[in-house]
Structures are given as C-alpha cells and as structure tokens.
Design a protein around this ligand. Structure first.
Ligand code: GDP
Ligand code: MG
Length: 442
C-alpha cells in the first residue's frame, strides 16, 4: 500500500530535523503513482504534487509522527482541500419557487437516473419536485423518466417526443408555477460526444429557465476523459456543480478530483448504484480516502490527527509552564484521547509524560476496562477535586466510589497512580519543551 511504501521511503529520514527536497522526492513519486492509478488527470496530478512538495519541504519532522504518516497527512489534507472539503457544497435552492435544476452530460452518464434520485432526495426534504423529460431524441427517454416518477410517486411533466425541448421546458416551467411546485428538475438529452448542436440547444434551455443549478452528470468510470468533457460543458453552459455517478463500481473517483480541480466546480452528489436511493451527498474526505485507496490510510490519518491532539499536548505544556500543574482533569483528557486511538502501547508513548509515567506505575498499562473505570472515578469527582486531588479525604473517597460504582480501594489506587504520574510530569517539565518532546517518545 501507499502508506507502507511511504514508511519505507521515510525510514531513512527518521532522526533528521526537517524534510528536504531529496527526502520528499521518493515519497512524492509514490503519491503521484497512486493518484494516476486512481485515474486522476495527469496535469492535475502534476500540480498537486508540486503543491504538496512545497508544503512538505522544510517542514519540521514531528518527533511523534513517522514522516511517512506526516506526508500522508499533508497529501490527505491537500486532497480534501482540492476537493472542496469544508466548502458548502449543498444544492442552491435559494430562489423564488419553482427553482429550476438542469441536469446535463453525455449519453449514458446517468442523467435520467440522477433526476429520479434527486427528486426523491428533495421529496424527503418535504419539497414538491416536478420531473421534466426534455430528451426527445433518445427513444423511450421520456418513458424512462415517467416510470421513475411512478415508482417515486412524483409527478412527471407530460412531454411529447414530437415537441421541441425548449418548448417543453417553457411549458413545464409555466405548469410548475401554476401548480405550486418548489423545484423543477429538467432531464436533458446527451450525446456520445460534445457537439455544437446539443450545446446550442442546452444554452437555449438555460437562457429560458435561468436555472439555479446546472449539474453536470459525470460517469466516474470515464476517468481522465471526464476532465475534457466537463470543461466542454462548463465553458458553454457554466455548470454549477457535478453529480458523479457509478462510484459503486471499480472507479476510484479520480475523475471527481480532476473535474473539481480543472473547472473549480464542486461535486455535490455521488451516485452509488442503479436504485433510486443510491444517491449520497458528497463528502470530500470519503472520496479522498477512496482515491488514496488504502483502508489503513484512514487509520493512519486518525492516528496522526490524534497525535495532532498534540495541540492538546501543547496546551498542557503551556499550562504546566504557567502553573506547574497537571491535574486530574488533564489526566482524564489524556485518557479520553487514548481511548479514541487504537493500540494502547503504540500510542502511550506519544503522550507527554504518559509513556514514562505508565511504565513506572505498577501494572504498566491499563486495559480498556480499567480505563473506563478510571474515567468513571474521575467523572464522579467535583471540579474542585479534579483541580486539587489533595482535598480528597476519606468521606470524599467514599462518595466518589459510590458515585462511580467502584470501591474506595480502587479510588485510592487511582489517586496513587495519579500522584505518581504527576511527579513524572513535573520532572519532565523541569527539562523544558525539548525534554518534553523526548518524553513523548517514551
Ligand atoms: P443518461 O443517458 O445520462 O440519462 O443515463 P441513464 O440515467 O439512462 O443511465 C445509464 C445507465 O447507467 C443506466 O443503466 C443506469 O441504471 C446506470 N446508472 C446510473 N447511475 C448509476 C450509478 O450511480 N451506479 C450504477 N451502477 N449505475 C448507474
Ligand atoms: Mg437519459
């Protein structure tokens, strides 16, 4: 997998201060291959790799993260960014109803199916959608949408194959206004390739309807070619977003990345099957994991992020510097972070002081069950007690034990463990930030 390869590449790097051009080169070669394998357009790959290079070179090698993980994290974050992660990719329906949505794309991309899916999606949001067949060229195209409408119990406009598409759209729009529809979804014709005649027709419809959304329907299986087609449609029509269909197949989704990168238009939905409920709102991070194509990358990234909860570590560091304090509240926060992560052993060492502290305590590392118990005990304390454990006398111990369903003995044991941890943390603190970082490695 990519992560294995990167780990190998970066074995050499461990112990060095910053990532250099030279170190990063090998890693980026693997990244480039992975992206090309996922059918991302080569130009997009090239630009992307440059960007990651720019971000990675000169970055300090985090002591707590394997450099391979660090690069994956950068790659992942940049990909999510490129895919529009964090942006609002929802449908824009903010206009006076009926709001027009127009679906465009090549023949077989999944326009008609997506019209049905979208109508179902909107109906579930208590909208009243009207479906409008405007593909008069493909035999049975109108009937196809009517069948879908019947299945969904959603009205389909009575288009006739003998009508001109523009006339159909005009009449349907009028009908929708008179009959109180919220959204009108127009299913347009496609071709095997972009051609001028079709584009002119679509432009005419667009000018007539002034649709709020022009969604380009792209078949995820078309890979690299998708970019050219999307660009063609975007140049002529000014698309507002993309529906990426057939992601349930083998397609890795590189097409989506390329389309967004080249046209700047966001993917809004993905199609995940032929059935009418197989439509998902687009999630950038999911697609990115798919493109990176590794189950374990996600885990790695989570780990990386958990370590990035290093922010928490830094906060703790600051707090200790200021007040010389590490209290039960901090202790519990640390435990919660531990629980978020998988393997205890591997993670313990990343937490400031924890690696050493845990080893010095008897029983080395607590089990899941113990962790739960410890948390329950700390939860049963008052804020005051958490801030200063020395006030926890006999009667308080009894109360805490009762509150947490544990015994006084167990409360005692925790407090003993905690004061030991506190001592270690204080020692580390004396060493200063550098020492603390070393402490992270256990
Ligand atoms: P159009 O020519 O663009 O209107 O495409 P259609 O909606 O007629 O779809 C063409 C074919 O692709 C049909 O067989 C659909 O069932 C199929 N299809 C559409 N969307 C998806 C999808 O998300 N996944 C799968 N597996 N098939 C799809
Ligand atoms: Mg169709």
């Amino acid at each position: 997998t990519l992560s294995d390869k990167l780990d190998l590449v970066f074995k050499k790097l461990r112990g060095q201060g910053v990532m250099t051009e030279e170190n990063v080169k090998d890693a980026l070669r693997e990244v480039r291959l992975a992206l090309l394998e996922a059918d991302v357009n080569f130009k997009v790959v090239k630009e992307f790799v440059e960007k990651v290079r720019g971000r990675a070179v000169g970055t300090e090698v985090l002591q707590s993260l394997a450099p391979g993980q660090q690069v994956i994290k950068i790659v992942h974050d940049e990909l999510v960014l490129l895919m529009g992660g964090g942006e609002d990719n929802s449908l824009d329906l903010a206009a006076k109803p009926p709001v027009a949505i127009m679906l465009v794309g090549l023949q077989g991309a999944g326009k008609t199916t997506s019209c049905g899916k979208l109508a179902k999606f909107l109906k579930a949001q208590r909208k009243k959608p009207l479906l409008v067949p405007a593909d008069v060229y493909r035999p049975a195209a109108i009937e196809q949408l009517k069948v879908l409408g019947r299945q969904l119990d959603i009205e389909v406009f009575g288009s006739e194959a003998t009508q001109k598409p523009l006339d159909i759209c005009r009449a349907a729009n009028h009908y929708a206004t008179l009959n109180g529809f919220d959204v009108v979804i127009f299913d347009t014709a496609g071709r095997h390739q972009i051609d001028d005649y079709l584009m002119e027709e679509l432009e005419g419809i667009r000018d007539e309807l002034a649709p709020r959304e022009i969604l380009f329907v792209a078949d995820a299986m078309t890979g690299q070619e998708a970019v050219n087609v999307a660009t063609g449609f975007n140049d002529r029509l000014g698309i507002t977003g993309v529906i990426l269909t057939k992601l349930d197949g083998d397609a890795k989704g590189g097409a989506a990345l390329s389309i967004k990168a080249v046209t700047g238009k966001p993917v809004k939905f993905v199609g995940l099957g032929e059935k009418l409920d197989a439509l998902d709102v687009f999630h950038a991070d999911r697609l990115v994991s798919r493109i990176l194509g590794m189950g374990d990358v996600l885990t790695l990234i989570e780990k990386a992020q958990a370590t990035m909860d290093e922010k928490e570590a830094v906060r703790l560091q600051d707090k200790m510097k200021k007040s010389g304090q590490f209290d039960l509240e901090d202790f519990r926060n640390q435990l919660q972070q531990i629980k978020k992560m998988g393997s205890l052993e591997s993670i313990m060492n990343m937490i400031p002081g924890m690696g050493k502290a845990m080893k010095q305590m008897q029983g080395a590392q607590p089990s899941e069950k113990e962790l739960k118990r410890i948390e329950a005990i700390i939860d049963s304390m008052t804020a005051k007690e958490r801030a200063n454990h020395t006030i926890i006398n006999g009667s308080r111990r009894l109360r805490i034990a009762k509150g947490s369903g544990t015994s006084v003995q167990e409360v005692n044991q925790l407090l003993k463990r905690f004061s030991e941890a506190q001592k270690v943390v204080k020692q580390l603190q004396k060493m200063g930030p550098k020492g603390l970082l070393k402490g992270m490695k256990g």
